[in-house]
Design a protein around this ligand. Structure first.
Ligand SMILES: NC(=O)c1ccc[n+]([C@@H]2O[C@H](COP(=O)([O-])OP(=O)(O)OC[C@H]3O[C@@H](n4cnc5c(N)ncnc54)[C@H](OP(=O)(O)O)[C@@H]3O)[C@@H](O)[C@H]2O)c1
Length: 294
């Protein structure tokens, strides 16, 4: 049985739905079983034949984390460590999700799994600490770093852009941060493929959509599809700006593209192109606008 921790979040919901659709035995918990409460975790797992724990729970508010680093640290490091310890005790597999924000973004070629981490902000620091603690407790754990996640079950860049584009005639979007948008559904599929393997290969893996873009280009593509699918009725002027014109509490990496060769070689998982996935995401939610009557 697979235990999805954080099953009400964006990724956890997506994963739950795929497993349920496939009839794979799973259970899900969210804040009802607090990852900070080891006794609650043990009690929940008791009398269940848990073969794999997938941790999708996290503190994900990147800017807020700057003022709440100790809470973020508890949720992104202490909680995952509790789960890793339980996985070891129960001889269960453990898959944990981490982030591109563990890197400083000073690079100009895709980051490999063993490149040194150097987070710029509190969120990245707490996620990097989580990776470290998990690996110290459970050498068999699999950690998947992902980036720029969007999906139908949570607030994210796609939903935010569509909301803003609906109400504004002009919008400024940062065009000097590079990364790879990732559909939560694709990541959930990758997790399923890894879960399917009887002899998982421990360690850190990168998974994002294939290809590199900027938030600006991502926003333009969202608008193009939004108009095509009838989610938007009128175009909004999207202006490219530099990061210094859009100050945020947490500093973001300028370049956080992740190399995905390792997950391809180890598991035969080939992430789809980000533009193809974004189209599929729209297709999965919205009807294509039809030409006219008759
Ligand atoms: N979103 C991105 O762009 C992105 C990018 C890179 C990596 N990631 C990583 O991907 C993973 C999934 O992200 P996501 O966007 O799906 O996250 P999410 O939507 O924020 O989901 C996290 C879930 O964990 C729950 N949770 C919070 N505290 C908990 C606790 N003490 N015990 C149990 N559950 C708790 C949350 O509940 P509440 O919502 O009620 O707090 C939420 O349902 C995370 O590890 C994240 O760091 C995300």
């Amino acid at each position: 049985m697979i235990w999805i921790v954080g099953n009400k979040g964006m990724l956890g919901s997506e994963l739950s739905q795929i497993l349920e659709n496939r009839g794979i035995e799973c259970v899900g918990t969210d804040k009802d079983v607090d990852i900070l409460d080891p006794m609650a975790l043990v009690a929940f797992a008791a009398n269940k034949d848990i073969s794999l724990i997938v941790n999708c729970a996290a503190y994900t508010a990147v800017d807020k984390a700057e003022n709440e680093e100790s809470l973020a640290l508890r949720l992104n490091a202490e909680g995952p460590a509790n789960l890793a310890a339980l996985a070891v005790k129960r001889h269960a597999g453990f898959i944990h999700i981490s982030t591109d924000y563990v890197f400083d973004g000073e690079g100009s070629v895709p980051y490999k799994e063993n490149d040194p981490v150097a987070p710029l902000g509190a969120y990245g620091r707490t996620k990097a600490e989580g990776e470290k603690r998990i690996q110290a407790i459970d050498p068999d754990a699999i950690i998947i770093r992902t980036a720029w996640l969007y999906g139908q079950y949570g607030k994210n860049f796609v939903s935010t852009m569509l909301g803003l584009m609906n109400g504004k005639s002009e919008l400024s979007v940062v065009a000097d941060q590079y990364g790879s948008p990732t559909w939560a559904h694709d990541l959930a599929e990758a997790i399923c493929a890894i879960a399917d393997r009887t002899a998982p290969t421990a360690g850190i893996y990168h998974f994002t959509g294939e290809g590199t873009t900027t938030w600006y280009e991502f926003a333009c593509e969202i608008q193009r599809l939004g108009l095509e699918f009838g989610v938007l009725t009128t175009p909004c002027k999207v202006k490219a700006i530099t990061t210094d014109l859009y100050p945020t509490k947490a500093k973001r990496p300028a370049y956080s593209v992740l190399a995905k060769d390792k997950i391809k070689e180890a598991f035969g998982i080939y992430p789809p192109e980000w533009r193809d996935s974004l189209r599929k995401y729209f297709e999965s939610i919205y009807q294509v606008k039809t030409g006219g009557e008759g």
